[in-house]
Write a protein of this length. Structure first.
Length: 318
């Protein structure tokens, strides 16, 4: 295939000197060569910056920036500001891509002729065993390739289907992002990915999912997916609130029917339930959450969701 579209690979990095080489090498060895790798070092205090700098000195497609620590959203936003590509994907600094990731994403973009869409793939979860062996588990929503309107895909942001809670394993149009001033919200430390995808889909035209596993997601101690509870998890409530404020359109009502809505200005009960179930495992876990913060989050949810749907928050768990 030709290399017409320039694809940016955005990598926020913080204290990952032992891991980031895999991410960088997986980028520079892509079968699709018209890429731009934008790495933002978010105030690392180890050798992360030097590791990436060594690669950047050898490959002009790598652009490295440094900033004071501001969090992953701040680093991604800086990268979006500096990116000059047509399309972008996000890669966490301890993960890596399959060699044909960009090529397959662009193929789907061209196959459906949808330049202002969201293209989503499957991924691998990778575990390093104590004996040094690597175990891979394929994570895919469906064995079938699927396409739908972006408006309909919005209804899956809070659900397990298609993994729309994450900004990874997806190809975004940078034009859609920049024309609508879309950026991650730094104050939201948990749920920020789902909110970004949600806001993007509101402005996109189509959604395409295909099950090929193209990302390798490393499960390691201290990574975002394995970190223990801390109070910043409560910021997920803000993400939920922002998504709940999305008004119905006539088109969405036609897809899902009036009976599924909590009221005319809210998302359907199903999405509220999925959002609660997803975020409650971290924000409201009695096992990990201090009692005062548990009460803070739980009381908020009871008030917010009971007012909107006529249910209590407990009913969403049954």
């Amino acid at each position: 295939m030709n290399n017409t579209h320039k694809v940016g690979i955005i990598i926020p990095s913080y204290n990952v000197e032992k891991y980031i080489f895999r991410a960088i090498e997986s980028c520079i060895n892509q079968t699709y060569t018209n890429i731009e790798v934008v790495v933002v070092d978010d105030g690392s205090v180890d050798g992360t910056y030097d590791v990436v700098k060594a690669y950047a000195n050898k490959d002009e497609r790598i652009h490295l920036y440094r900033q004071e620590n501001g969090g992953v959203s701040s680093a991604r936003n800086r990268a979006l500001d500096m990116c000059t590509a047509d399309y972008v994907l996000f890669l966490d600094s301890d993960d890596w891509l399959e060699a044909n990731t960009v090529e397959r994403l662009v193929q789907k973009l061209e196959q459906y002729n949808q330049k202002r869409s969201l293209i989503c793939s499957g991924c691998y979860y990778v575990y390093f065993e104590k004996n040094g062996e690597i175990t891979k588990t394929i994570l895919k929503s469906d064995d079938r390739e699927t396409t739908m309107s972006a408006e309909k895909a919005i209804m899956y942001v809070g659900a397990p289907a298609y993994y729309l809670r994450s900004s990874c394993y997806k190809l975004f149009s940078l034009a859609v992002i920049n024309e609508n001033n879309l950026r991650f919200v730094p104050e939201i430390r948990h749920g920020e990915d789902g909110l970004f995808v949600f806001e993007y889909l509101k402005r996109a035209e189509r959604f395409v999912y295909f099950p090929d596993p193209l990302w390798n997601i490393l499960e390691r101690p201290g990574s975002a997916t394995t970190s223990p509870y801390n109070s910043s998890f409560l910021s997920a409530i803000t993400a939920i609130e922002k998504m709940m404020s999305y008004p119905n359109s006539e088109k969405l009502q036609g897809i899902f029917g009036d009976g599924t809505w909590t009221n005319k200005n809210r998302l359907p009960d199903r999405l509220l339930k999925d959002l609660l179930e997803h975020f409650s495992s971290k924000t409201l876990s009695i096992e990990n959450c201090p009692e005062d913060e548990l009460g803070q989050g739980y009381e908020y949810l009871i008030k917010q969701f009971a007012d909107d749907s006529g249910h209590t928050a407990q009913e969403f768990y049954t």
